[in-house]
Write a protein that binds this ligand. Sequence first.
Ligand SMILES: NC(=O)c1ccc[n+]([C@@H]2O[C@H](COP(=O)([O-])OP(=O)(O)OC[C@H]3O[C@@H](n4cnc5c(N)ncnc54)[C@H](O)[C@@H]3O)[C@@H](O)[C@H]2O)c1
Length: 278
Amino acid sequence: MTRVIAGRTAVVTGGARGIGAAIVRALIAEGVRVILADVDVELAEQTAGALAGPAARVQARALDVRDLQAFQDLIAGLEDEGTPPDILINNAGIMPLGPFLEQDPALDDRQLDVNVRGVCNGMRAVLPGMLARRRGHVVNLASTAGVIGIPNAAVYCGTKHAVIGITEAVRREHLGSGVDFTYVLPSIVATELTSGTHALRYPPPGQPTEVATAVVGALRSGRIEVFVPPFVRMSRLLPAYLPRRAVEALGRLFGVDQVFEGIDAEARRAYQQRIEEP
Ligand SMILES: NC(=O)c1ccc[n+]([C@@H]2O[C@H](COP(=O)([O-])OP(=O)(O)OC[C@H]3O[C@@H](n4cnc5c(N)ncnc54)[C@H](O)[C@@H]3O)[C@@H](O)[C@H]2O)c1
């Protein structure tokens, strides 16, 4: 059954730039009213301001997804205004890189907080209302890194495995509730998050718009697991059929082991500073 999304209200976390901003744009084009929530409120306002128009309803809101109370207040405010969210896109995420043993444990905590706790906070904030209305769709941004282990991104991979496991479990707790759940697994996408890293041999870096198109498709279809591009579903399928050595050899062939190896620190400096800000 195709779901109608025009006229719905969506909250997109981390919507100020990158994949989130592309999702905001795609939703507006579908006639969705969007609340663009980001910790970088200045950029959120700029992004929303550039997209708003007579037919485009978009508002920027300050939100740190690590703060459950702030997330609940945002959702309660929308419910009080009579525009409860029908759609939540848990997109905010960060990706510190480097050898596991050299990582600052404080950065481990931060990515667990943003990438995992942020997703839990979002679901805790919207689900009571969605379940009461028997209508809603939660889309959580995982990653292809959530089905494999990529050197120099150990904790990031862990957070994305967690997003998949948590989404699957919460979805199965709420089968038949009227609320849909999707997790999205993009390969490498050209955003600030991947600045200074290497491209895979295949597929080439994707564009945020490709992820946004896939998210809109999932909102219409109710699809649960969405790889972007679809080819990277191989990362899930091959280990089920091939011996580990063959899978690892294929990983090296595609450049998976090298993608975060010897990264360009200068090209990544601005991103690194941003994700370390208090
Ligand atoms: N770019 C990729 O290659 C790629 C691949 C797979 C999955 N993803 C996932 O897609 C999502 C978006 O990534 P992106 O590449 O667009 O990153 P990005 O860095 O370009 O944008 C992320 C946005 O999230 C916001 N944000 C960060 N911490 C926040 C917080 N605590 N609260 C609210 N907002 C916060 C940032 O201000 C920024 O606007 C992330 O979850 C990421 O892990 C990205």
